[in-house]
Design a protein. Structure first.
Lengths: 374, 360
């Protein structure tokens, strides 16, 4: 089997799906790309067993055939070749792959295509379409709040619930929670799934920034995302997602609104002085003034800033992990945000002050108990 | 929230009989019927476990090997094989899991099981305990003792009553009477020293202990006094925690030659700090309190502790703290046979004060 392809075109496709390959895979063959040629069309697959990424491109080929090629060596070779057509000659009995270019010849040993794991069939699937922009925003707004705790697998992914009027994405690690809702996407399937973080990260890095349609097909165990020439298959997390609506407070009556960038800037500076393990900062709201402070007793570091805000409610003093606040504020795009609080030991809410008509973002963060007697 | 209605719980405490020693006797027929000590050797270290034959000579776990060898000159010392014990422990755990998920392991060879609601829907804890004992024997050729009652303290006390290969139930209506006749030194949680102190005060049995008020016990024993007050009345509300959190992480070493200079102490602390740091990081914990344990040539033990403002887990920090504690070794000159380092006051990932959502 033989085919000719532009080195840069192939490199671009391989780079798009290379992220799924792990450094120490369960099966050695998962360090390879699967190449399948059919009628002048090259389909490339990479996988870590949980997730499969597939892409296609046209090549010059006379015959059909398949082989798996070591990913790292191939990528390195293509990266270091000047742009040119390269010829792949594959011996399908010994799985030897020879690449010839103007510069020379490179030989590497592949493995049988038959041994490459098959991607799961997704039957009885629902389908929903959304733009890459919407999906990208949903992922960016939620993925940072997922948990690393393998003991609670449901929380290591993003929960997606489809209704006939909207789509809701939820992520939580038990300390914070994000609910991202869109009314411009809906489905009458009425189902919910949990998408693992890795698949979302891969989507995040491959989704085109221009407005491309993403077709999502899913059943209870798997999901497929298709856009342009790329397909991502992933196994879903088969767990019950915790009852998140119950923990979202309904009557946080202290409302403070403030310029997002000013608050973010202040938190970034103050957190330099916070304890390096707790990242605890203290927010004190009195009248129309927000005072942010932090101290690290071990180094006798302390910092203090005063900001102007608009405040409706009682004076309050509350502690938060600055990292959580910074991450949340970074992901909101509105100019002003509202911080809604009730008590120093109860969840706080951050919501954008101006709302996009299609988008509803709610971020919840649990406080850190302040110890005023240290 | 804790339920208002207090249903009577059914707790089983399973305790393997002379675990390490029994495993060794199982795997090496030559050791059967003979006094065996696991851990230590004739000159150094302590006995980690003793076979029943050895116990007859007065050899017990945690006893210095030298003492053990003196009490029982034919005592055979065997190297511990923790990998094997862990494997057996895993097998036993698997058997427990057939009945309940509420399993709280205390060590490799002991666990509490809450079988109030069990996977097999068996009405009698006694039947469960008998089945578990039988399955353990089938699978591992080792025997276990079981104690059954309505709380952890009584279950644990019960498993000790008919050892080895026994089963004992403390029924709710008989608990108080049982505890009244029990010598205080048999109460779980009352150690040798406390028992002696109690005996010195004329308190020998549960009945004697019960005659003292909460205030008295609190004054004499602090927080533990509260505990004694309640357990002697058969009260123990502690739940069976499936994931028990660790209280401390430590490492210690007995040296082939006693350590007699400060420089040598510093040198010896390096691998200990490394070990403690490695294990603390592996459990993703950090600790605030560092303790240095010193055992002198005459077996007297001293310890020095310091609590730091911030929790830590790094080797450098532990070593620095340990050297500081080593300044306070209470003898000069000294001759040290054992050093130990441990971190206490552990918190996970130092998420201290960080509140969690109550997600269900």
């Amino acid at each position: 089997m033989k085919f000719i392809v532009s080195s840069s075109v192939l490199l671009k496709q391989l780079s798009a799906i290379n992220g799924v390959i792990t450094t120490n895979p369960v099966l050695p063959i998962l360090e390879n790309f699967l190449f399948v040629i059919e009628n002048g069309n090259l389909t490339i697959t990479a996988s870590d067993l949980q997730t499969f990424m597939v892409t296609e491109l046209e090549v010059e080929a006379k015959e059909n055939g398949s082989v798996t090629v070591p990913a790292r060596i191939l990528l390195e070779t293509l990266k270091n070749l000047p742009e040119q057509p390269v010829t792949f000659s594959i011996d399908e009995s010994s799985y030897t792959v020879e690449i010839s270019s103007d510069n020379g010849r490179y030989k590497l040993s592949g493995e049988s295509a038959v041994d490459f794991p098959k991607k799961p069939p997704v039957s009885d699937a629902y389908n929903v379409d959304m733009s890459s922009e919407v999906l990208g925003a949903a992922i960016n707004n939620t993925i940072f709040a997922t948990s690393n705790d393998e003991l609670r697998p449901a929380m290591t992914g993003v929960f997606v619930k489809l209704d006939d009027t909207n789509i809701t994405f939820v992520a939580t690690d038990g300390h914070r929670l994000v609910r991202y809702r869109r009314v411009d996407v809906s489905s009458d399937s009425g189902t919910s799934i949990i998408i693992p973080r890795k698949a979302l990260n891969l989507l995040k890095s491959t989704l085109p920034s221009d407005n491309t349609n993403v077709s999502v097909e899913f059943n209870l165990s798997h999901a497929i995302f298709r856009f342009n020439t790329v397909q991502i298959f992933c196994r879903l997390i088969d767990e019950r997602f915790p009852d998140y609506e119950n923990v979202i407070p309904q009557n946080n009556t202290n409302h403070m609104s403030i310029n997002r960038m000013e608050l973010l800037g202040s938190l970034r500076r103050i957190s330099i002085y916070a304890n390096k393990t707790t990242h605890q900062v203290r927010l004190k709201i009195t009248g129309s003034e927000l005072q942010i402070s932090a101290e690290d007793l071990d180094f006798s570091n302390e910092a203090n800033e005063r900001l102007t805000c608009e405040h409706n409610g009682e004076d309050i003093e509350i502690g938060f992990n600055a990292k959580f606040l910074v991450e949340m504020l970074n992901n909101i795009s509105s100019k002003e945000i509202a911080l809604q609080l009730s008590a120093p030991n109860k969840a706080g809410l951050i919501v954008p002050a101006e709302k996009d008509s299609n988008e509803d973002i709610l971020m919840l963060v649990m406080p850190v108990m302040l110890n005023n007697y240290v | 929230m804790e339920g208002e209605k207090k249903a009577m719980r059914k707790i089983i405490h399973i305790d393997m009989d002379a675990f390490f020693a029994s495993v060794e006797q199982r795997d090496n027929p030559e050791l059967r019927g003979k006094p065996v000590a696991v851990g230590g050797n004739k000159q150094r270290g302590v006995v980690a476990a003793a076979s029943y034959e050895a116990r007859a000579f007065g050899v017990f776990s945690a006893m210095p090997s030298v003492t053990a060898a003196r009490k029982c000159p034919d005592l055979i010392f065997v190297r511990p094989r923790f990998e094997v014990y862990k494997e057996v422990s895993r097998q036993i755990h698997q058997i427990f899991e057939e009945y309940t998920d509420l399993i709280e392991p205390l060590s490799l060879d002991e666990a509490y099981l809450d079988v109030t609601e069990n996977k097999k829907g068996m009405p009698y804890a006694k039947d469960i305990a008998l089945e578990i004992k039988e399955k353990i024997f089938q699978k591992t050729r080792l025997t276990a003792s079981a104690g059954i009652s309505y709380n952890k303290f009584l279950a644990k006390t019960a498993s000790d009553v008919k050892k080895p290969n026994g089963l004992y139930i403390i029924y709710p209506h008989k608990a108080e009477a049982f505890l009244e006749q029990l010598p205080v030194k048999k109460f779980y949680g009352i150690g040798k020293v406390t028992a002696e102190k109690l005996n010195g005060m004329g308190i020998f049995t549960g009945k004697d202990l019960k005659s003292y008020s909460r205030e008295h016990l609190h004054r004499w024993f602090g927080k533990s006094g509260e505990f004694y007050y309640r357990i002697v009345r058969g009260e123990d509300e502690r739940q069976v925690h499936a994931h028990r959190t660790r209280k401390s992480i430590g490492a210690e070493r007995t040296y082939a030659e006693n350590i007699e200079t400060k420089e040598a102490v510093y040198e010896a602390l390096v691998p200990l700090a490394q070990e403690v740091s490695r294990r603390t990081q592996k459990s993703r914990l950090k600790g605030k309190t560092l303790t240095l344990k010193i055992k002198f040539h005459d077996f007297e033990i001293a310890s020095r502790s310091k609590t730091f403002v911030q929790a830590f887990d790094d080797e450098a920090g532990i070593l620095l703290g340990a050297k500081e504690l080593a300044q306070q070794i209470p003898r000069q000159p000294f001759s040290i046979r054992l050093l130990g380092l441990s971190l206490h006051n552990l918190s996970d990932e130092a998420q201290e004060g960080q509140l969690r959502l109550e997600l269900t």
